[in-house]
Design a protein around this ligand. Sequence first.
Ligand code: FCB
Length: 476
Amino acid sequence: MTETPFPTSFLWGSATAAFQIEGAHDQDGRTPSIWDTFARVPGAVLDGDTGDVACDHYHRVEEDVDLMASLNLDAYRFSTSWARVRPDGGEPNQRGVDFYARLVDTLLDRGITPWVTLYHWDLPQVLEDAGGWTNRDTAHRFADYALTLHDALGDRVPYWTTLNEPWCSAFLGYTGGQHAPGRQEGVAGLVAAHHLMLGHGLVVDELRRRGVDGREGGQVGITLNLTVPEPFDPTEPADVSASHRVEHLFNRVFLDPILRGSYAEEIHELTEGLCWRGHPWQSAIRDGDLALIGAPIDVLGVNYYHGDAASGRPHRDADLLGSRIRHPSRETTSPYPGGEAITFPRRGLPVTGLDWEVQPEGLTDLLVALNDDYDLPAVYVTENGAAYPDVVADDGTVDDPERLAFVAGHLRAVHAAIEKGVDVRGYFVWSLLDNFEWAYGYDQRFGIVHVDYETQQRTPKSSALWYSRVAAEGIL
Ligand code: FCB
């Protein structure tokens, strides 16, 4: 294969999230988040796994940052725990803030750029008890929390991501029930999505006031999980319409408000007549919201794992739930509000451990289409990676050729997009460590570093050793 050089300034990183790695669930003032609660609902998480200990990263910051340095990583994307920084959504907790200050300082000391994500799904439970993201006030509480962290770390953290994958928070959390808080309330997902975006807009506005201007003073943006939908059978009207619904209720429901300051007309058509607590869901949209939500951002983070062939018909091999996003052990509903259930039949492509199709060229298509359709800020692939059932060999090594091939294929796809003119400035492999994979608990391993959950021993897999070489040389 020919060598593929990336731009010299390209940022090579890895990503994690607080709830998935930290553990220390009740230490130093942290209070429960919705994922602590949800994990205790019977059947919500495979094998009854919880995040109580996870990778015990809370007590292993030095070791884990040393590991990143040994892997030549330029940047580390991590999330902060709201329930640590402002327990119960209330007053700031200095011990929680100090933990992240220590992490940031350790990263900087080892020459690794810290990239903060403020919300990776772990809402304080007390705020959920008050309505969660269906309550507009949560957006304001989110801004308070963001400012507490910015007060402490704004002088040292150059990249600020407001939300990670709000589609999951909103639609898996409030419509389908696959994720915490596990509510299955149809159109509530749209209301939650709007309030999440309002929270994003409020934080962008506040950070701009503080001089986060996209240059030396820091950059602010959002990370969306995006897909490349296509009709399973383009000659079947039901499949064409299912694909259209995915395009709008997965991608554009966020892309348009954030990058254009408006909801597409199609969103209103697709959700016509859907009421939340007796009123059309759009009554959640107040004057001025879309101006805040659509204010310019510096960075768009794109998380890409697979494309989707959508169908409006039942299929023998499609997920019974009518959704790729299924739940391993719990009754849930389709995360797409309104309309017929959508099915995602397999196309015969290779699949990963989670049964997600491997479609690297979809990432090129996605990035090019985004660039054609929107006036984009700088783009970073903030997550991409794969779960495979890894085996630890007798000599303690972990050889994971499938994950290595997955990451290499997607990096080639990113490179192709750059060649086609998309301003992609970095790539973060998901994930640094094997960790708590939400409803799948510890059953699915996404790490480039293996974690033995009994001993907490970390072992770089062969994909990590390969990635560290790529990160050092900037050449695939
Ligand atoms: C993404 C999440 C991340 C991880 C990967 C596999 O949707 O952002 O936390 O679970 O999927």
